[in-house]
Design a protein around this ligand. Structure first.
Ligand SMILES: [Zn+2]
Ligand SMILES: [Zn+2]
Length: 396
């Protein structure tokens, strides 16, 4: 077995050597996929090969056939993103998988929706609040194609995803502007970002996915910030969407007026944790959306939000309490076993240095923390002071 550090080194070398930037040479609109998947040298780690993307037979999966509507579920994964797209023909796409601790809950929610195969798995960018749960998801389902931007980082979270991809014998296809995932009649899925190949901030590497079904469209902006938004506008792809998954959890670093004007959404979704440390969503963003007459949904207030499109009309459902951790019978984001600890029993708390969450000692997620990520706190206050947020399952 190759060591993780060796894999990362190889990957970095691969990214530096193989890819050229997509730059601004593409003058196509999103209706004309200009960029085929990248070609890959045969010596690179197999996990990163990007070929065969278009040749996979679409009907090869045992997926139950869909009901002719497009459903987009914005999971309540607190301060993180995870979005399930159920296509009209029954195929599924998952865009991001929440934080490390969210993996089991995302798996459980997907299973509750009858998902057995994820035909398209997109990791928007290698931040923990987007790809944290992805290794768990990869191991739990039959996976079709995996898309990620060619951004790398040396975190254990990212390595975990690469290892899971490798273990499953999967390859990562490059997500970048101009790549078409699906183009079948009234259904079209393509990436409109990243457009460039050099970003200081990983957020601007975010794969931005546009899904068009009939006359309706969704734009999932990951954590793309102003720089990427400007590039998307310059690139010239169709950004128009009825529903915008607002970039970077509603941060003021995203959703520039020009971008908002181009997307012109009727609805916006902000995936955000209640009382998060970042002050997301920022009031500037909310003001911009309000003045544009956009109806805003927020996972911190509305829980999981499900949009359904029949190709002409879009309906919205707020699942609210059905996904809260303490409602195990609701088929929501629930750990199979919700640990209950008597209040005031003391005993300290266990933190995860990687996810920055803290748990009661008997929480099942506490047991899963790798030794090098484990930190103990004597009190809840000490954990909060250290910047840790309470686990949604054990609620310390
Ligand atoms: Zn994020
Ligand atoms: Zn991010």
């Amino acid at each position: 077995m190759m060591k993780r550090s060796a894999i990362v080194v190889l990957i970095l070398a691969f990214f530096l050597a193989v890819f050229a930037g997509c730059g601004s040479s593409g003058t196509n609109t999103s209706d004309q996929p200009a960029v085929k998947t990248g070609t890959v040298a045969s010596t690179v780690p197999s996990v990163l090969s990007t070929d065969n993307r278009e040749s996979r037979p679409p009907a090869a999966s045992p997926q139950p056939s869909g009901d002719g509507v497009l459903k987009v579920h914005f999971f309540d994964v607190s301060q993180a993103d995870s979005i399930l797209v159920q296509f009209p023909d029954g195929r599924n796409m998952l865009v991001d998988a929440g934080n490390n601790d969210d993996g089991p809950a995302v798996v459980s929610y997907l299973k509750s929706k009858g998902v057995s195969r994820i035909d398209y798995l997109v990791g928007t960018h290698p931040h923990e609040d987007h790809i944290g749960g992805m290794d768990t998801v990869i191991r739990a389902f039959d996976i079709g194609q995996v898309y990620m931007p060619r951004a790398t980082t040396t975190t254990k979270t990212f390595e975990d995803v690469l290892l899971a991809v490798k273990e499953k014998g999967l390859k990562i296809s490059t997500a970048r502007a101009g790549v078409t995932v699906l183009d079948q009649g009234s259904l079209k899925v393509n990436f409109v970002a990243p457009c460039g190949s050099n970003y200081e901030d990983l957020n601007n590497w975010s794969a931005v996915t546009r899904i068009q079904y009939g006359s309706t469209a969704f734009l999932l902006a990951g954590d793309a910030e102003a720089q990427s938004e400007e590039e998307m506008l310059a690139y010239g792809a169709n950004l128009k969407a009825d529903v915008l998954k607002v970039g970077h959890h509603g941060s003021s670093s995203s959703t520039t007026p020009a971008f908002l004007k181009a997307v012109a959404p009727r609805y916006a979704v902000i995936s955000v944790g209640a009382g998060n440390d970042y002050g997301h969503p920022h009031k500037e963003t909310l003001a911009k959306l309000a003045s544009a007459g956009v109806q805003v949904y927020r996972t911190d207030r509305d829980g999981t939000i499900v949009f359904t499109s029949d190709g002409k009309n879009i309906t919205v459902e707020k699942l609210g309490s059905t996904v809260r951790p303490r409602a195990p019978d609701a088929g929501g984001m629930v750990a199979p076993v919700a640990p209950v600890m008597p209040t005031g029993s003391g005993g300290g708390y266990i933190g995860n240095k990687n996810s920055k969450k803290f748990h009661r000692p008997d929480c099942r997620w506490a047991a899963e923390i790798a030794p090098h990520n484990r930190v103990e706190f004597r009190s809840r206050e000490e954990a909060v002071k250290a910047g840790y947020v309470p686990c949604k399952v054990c609620r310390p």
